[in-house]
Design a protein around this ligand. Structure first.
Ligand SMILES: *Cc1c(COP(=O)(O)O)cnc(C)c1O
Length: 421
């Protein structure tokens, strides 16, 4: 459920008509709903009620400071995957004790940054990384809390580019080798092993892969405890999917997901962490774009809009579906017609949808891409020297630009010209 609804035929973000935001900031733009962000966080937080837990928002999904502050105010921790994200989380006021550092390629600089700035835990993904954290922690005379990310060799049954829990994926340590790697961790100075981490992929629309992975984690917890390791925290990753095509997708509810977690690992007495990104931000954001031209091809109509693949890359990169709706609701009885909906970038991959049925549209009309809040703005680029589009946050009847559109001069002046030119 989200807070983008038609009222009197006009699509709103909470209490604000999208046409009003478009008139104020221009198109295209991203718009997020505070109420939806909060609702999704609370659903997950409530789903784990009764167990000690922390919901660490995977901020790579949407990392604007205003979004982070909105979630941090509700008590969210943050899952970061780079020094830049760590700095962003700190800048948004999130204390180090609520920041989890994930990722397979943490640099020495990033480890140093997190150890000096404070960290809840590193999710360690390899032995060389473990050595580096041990070295730096020892030099700084601090103890680095770590979990080890295990790769459970479970098929997440999701798009290949976002599956991470099979043995061929680059993530984690094969679960079959976990015991020896935990022994190594226990022997290294500067480290404190506190738990296990697992994350098998993104946009999972079935609970079965989670269940398989979490059962393996539960079994491993008991083995490791027998080996003498203190396992007090389980980081169960993110990955719960959202309905991108509302007409025919119904991913598991956060409540069912929470119940599954309790069923699989509840008896172990561990503190539970989860790292949802998409589930919190995905349906909390829209991309709003304007029709530039309607062009008749030989056998089809092209809707050429001012948003493009550089603004929202998911269709080009993951073959992702986004529901696209008119901002002015279609009147009853109007027959929809099929459009190929495309952006202006000079690549055929800059196609958002083919043969998509929409009410007849004309130049100047606004359309909204649903479910664009996660992996949208954060993956945007300035390809074709198209400015990064603004982000807007709505709360009730208020809205604010939370990242402005850069001017052409701002973009161009980021280049520096060598002396010899
Ligand atoms: C990307 C990622 C997440 C978030 O995944 P979602 O599908 O957005 O919930 C969580 N943990 C790790 C380690 C990740 O890489």
């Amino acid at each position: 459920m989200d807070h983008f609804l038609y009222r009197d035929g006009a699509l709103h973000a909470e209490d604000v008509p999208l046409s009003e935001i478009a008139a104020s900031v221009g198109t295209p733009f991203y718009v997020y709903s505070t109420a939806t962000l909060e609702r999704h966080f609370k659903l997950l937080d409530d789903a784990l009620e009764g167990t000690e837990h922390l919901v660490c928002y995977a901020m790579k999904a949407a990392s604007n400071q205003a979004i982070l502050k909105t979630l941090a105010a509700l008590g969210a921790g943050m899952d970061v995957v780079s020094g830049g994200e760590y700095a962003r989380a700190k800048a948004a006021g999130v204390p180090g004790e609520r920041i989890v550092f994930s990722g397979i390629g943490k640099t020495r600089e990033e480890v140093h940054q997190a150890l000096t700035g404070g960290i809840r835990q590193f999710n360690v993904e390899s032995e060389p990384e473990m050595q580096v954290i041990s070295e730096i922690a020892t030099a700084l005379n601090v103890i680095a809390p770590i979990t080890i990310r295990v790769n459970p060799d479970v098929d997440a049954k999701t798009h290949a580019k976002i599956a991470t829990g099979k043995s061929e994926n680059k993530f984690g340590i094969p679960i079959s080798r976990a015991r020896e790697v935990y022994d190594l961790a226990a022997s290294l100075p500067g480290l404190k092993v506190i738990g296990i981490d697992v994350h098998i992929g993104s946009q999972l629309i079935d609970l079965a892969p989670f269940e398989a992975a979490y059962n393996k984690v539960a079994e491993l917890t008991e083995q490791l405890r027998t080996d003498g390791h203190e396992i007090s925290r389980l980081d169960l990753g993110g990955g719960l999917g959202i309905p991108y095509a509302r007409s025919n997708e119904a991913p598991p509810s956060p409540t069912d997901y929470g119940a599954l977690i309790k069923k699989c690992v509840g008896h172990l007495g561990c503190e539970i962490e989860i790292e949802p990104g998409r589930l919190i931000a995905g349906n909390a954001g829209l991309l709003v774009s304007q029709v530039i031209y309607v062009k008749s091809g030989e056998d089809r109509e092209f809707l050429i809009i001012d948003g493009a693949m550089n603004d929202l890359i998911r269709p080009a990169m993951y073959d992702a579906h986004h529901d696209i709706v008119p901002v002015v609701e279609s009147e009853v009885g109007v027959l929809p017609i099929p459009y190929d909906i495309v952006g202006p970038v000079c690549e055929s991959g800059d196609t958002f949808a083919k043969g998509r049925h929409m009410p007849p549209l004309k130049a100047g009309d606004l359309v909204a891409f649903r479910s664009a809040g996660a992996y949208g703005a954060v993956m945007a680029s300035e390809y074709n020297t198209r400015p990064l589009i603004p982000e807007v946050l709505v709360k009730g009847d208020q809205f604010a630009v939370i990242r402005p559109r850069p001017t052409f001069d701002e973009m161009i002046n980021r280049d520096t010209i060598p002396e010899w030119l």
